[in-house]
Each structure stands twice: as structure tokens, then as C-alpha cells.
Design a protein around this ligand. Structure first.
Ligand code: GUN
Length: 293
């Protein structure tokens, strides 16, 4: 079993981006600028956004954090989005999800200018990705593809099973794994809460990507010997022994599954750390106008 070490791979990618930023600036380019909108008081979102902002500083980007209270209306948020769309100093921005229930995430995502949509959530970017056109690939799928590439994992002709059909992970991941390039060329099965015989389907997976949000759901009996196991789950579970009061659990029971796998991502320290790299890569592309001229 080999560990797909998100900490090491993400550190490597960040140092590569940092050099690219330095080169871009010495060639006369402007410092890439990422803005983030955070609405409400969700603890996990606070942590993620703080980490995104910190990463920007580490690699030489400008960053701006815009905070809004939990009572913010959809109209007020749309106004903030519009103002970032128009702000020519901002290359790309994100609206951290989830949003409070009274705000439609789809409405907000569609309001973001697709050329600044560094999360890759706008229908134009999703559609372009599906057609194999240049697009911002969303952060988690980007992170997973990079892990496969950097570990040199063969994907062509393999059976890839994705558990979960979410807009931000399962759905784009299934599209990317079947496309006619590397990583890709898999035969993909996408499974979800209504899937029958889930365990039997997983037992045929050469590559299993788990993104259903149920801690330690996947056990060794789901796994074919030598499978590549990618765990996207990040759930906070109460743990009085931790200073924070919670532990982070993946969707895979790591101790049980690891001995049967060829490659596996740990949680924490796996896919989660890789996601920021996708966002930073997209922001650099936005600053260089690589996708939208
Ligand atoms: N919430 C969970 N993952 C993400 C992400 O990749 N982007 C945004 N904006 N919100 C998220």
C-alpha cells in the first residue's frame, strides 16, 4: 500500500505556483488577486476560507476576504457578486458554500462572471469542462486528478466507481475520469443513495472515489485487492480527547481498507489539502487570462 500524501503533494504544487507567480511578475504581470465571500458563521467554512487566504499569502497572491452576516439577503449578496465581477483588480473570486438556506446557491453561482469563476461552479465552466474545452476545473476534482498524475497511476481502461453525485465532486469527477485523455479513459460508474448493490459494484472498482459524506462508511469488504482508494469525505465528529472538541473523519475506514489497496488517501492529510491547489491554479490562470481572453 502506498499513501497518496496530500500534504507533500500540495506543498510541492504550491512551491511550483509560487515560482510561476514570481516569473509572471518579473515579466511585468500583475500580482494575481483572489477574493472570497464568506456568509454566516459556519465553523468549517471559516476554517477553509482562512486556509485559502493563508495560502494566497504564502505563494504571493493578493487576497481579499468579504464577510457577510447570517441574515444577509440574496439581493445583498448578488450586489457583492456584481461588484466583484466589475472590479478589474480582482482576477477571480469564490463564494464559500454552503450558503444560508434562504439564499439560492444556484442563483449566486450563475451571477458570478464565468471568467472570474475560479471555483469552476458556473454552468458555463461546467459545460465547457463536459465538452473538453478549456475551463476552470473545480477544486476537489482538480486535486484528485493531480494526485493520480503525480503518483503515476494508470487510469486507461480501468473501472472507476464514484460514490456520490454532488455538483462539486461526484458529478464533475465522473465526467473527468471518462474523458479521452490522461487521467481518464476509465469506464465510470456513478453511484448514489438509490443505487442497489453498492457494495458489489464497489468490489469491481479499480479506482474508487468516495464522496458521500458518511464517516468511515467504506470498509474492507467493499474493496477489490489492489484498488486505488480516494477518500473525499471530511466530516467533523465530536471527540472530547481533541483540543478542538472534534476529529476529522473520512468516508473510508482507513485502518480496515488500507491493507487491501494499492494507493490510498488519508483523512486528514489527503484530498482536502489538495483542493486549495486547484483554486490557486485557477486564479493564476485567471490572472494570465489563459481561459477567457
Ligand atoms: N464548500 C466546500 N467545498 C467548496 C469549494 O470548493 N468552494 C466553495 N466555494 N465552497 C465550498
Amino acid at each position: 500500500m502506498q499513501l497518496l500524501d496530500g500534504k507533500a503533494i500540495s506543498a510541492q504544487i504550491k512551491s511550483e505556483i509560487k515560482i510561476e507567480v514570481e516569473n509572471w511578475i518579473s515579466a511585468g504581470g500583475k500580482k494575481p488577486h483572489l477574493a472570497a465571500i464568506l456568509v454566516g458563521e459556519d465553523g468549517a467554512s471559516e476554517t477553509y476560507v482562512a486556509s485559502k487566504i493563508r495560502s494566497c499569502e504564502e505563494i504571493g497572491f493578493t487576497s481579499t476576504l468579504l464577510r457577510f452576516g447570517p441574515e444577509t439577503t440574496e439581493a445583498e449578496l448578488l450586489e457583492a457578486v456584481e461588484s466583484l465581477n466589475k472590479n478589474s483588480d480582482v482576477d477571480g473570486f469564490i463564494v464559500q458554500l454552503p450558503l444560508p438556506k434562504h439564499i439560492s446557491e444556484n442563483t449566486i453561482m450563475e451571477a458570478v462572471d464565468s471568467s472570474k469563476d475560479v471555483d469552476g461552479f458556473h454552468p458555463i465552466n461546467v459545460g465547457r469542462m463536459c465538452k473538453g474545452l478549456p475551463a476552470y476545473i473545480s477544486a476537489t476534482p482538480f486535486g484528485i486528478l493531480e494526485m493520480l498524475i503525480r503518483a503515476g497511476i494508470e487510469t486507461s481502461g480501468k473501472h472507476c466507481v464514484v460514490i456520490g453525485r454532488s455538483q462539486i465532486v461526484g458529478l464533475p469527477m465522473s465526467i473527468l475520469m471518462q474523458r479521452n485523455e490522461y487521467p481518464g479513459n476509465c469506464t465510470v460508474t456513478i453511484t448514489h443513495s438509490k443505487t442497489k448493490n453498492l457494495k458489489e459494484i464497489c468490489q469491481t472498482a479499480d479506482i474508487l472515489i468516495v464522496a458521500l459524506g458518511r464517516p468511515e462508511f467504506v470498509t474492507a469488504d467493499y474493496i477489490k485487492d489492489g484498488a486505488v482508494v480516494i477518500d473525499v469525505g471530511i466530516t467533523r465528529v465530536k471527540d472530547a480527547s481533541k483540543k478542538s472538541g472534534f476529529a476529522i473523519k473520512g468516508d473510508v475506514n482507513f485502518a480496515d481498507v488500507a491493507p487491501k489497496s494499492s494507493f490510498i488517501t488519508p483523512v486528514p492529510g489527503g484530498v482536502g489539502l489538495m483542493t486549495i491547489c486547484g483554486l490557486l491554479t485557477n486564479t493564476l490562470k485567471a490572472a494570465r487570462k489563459e481561459i477567457y481572453k
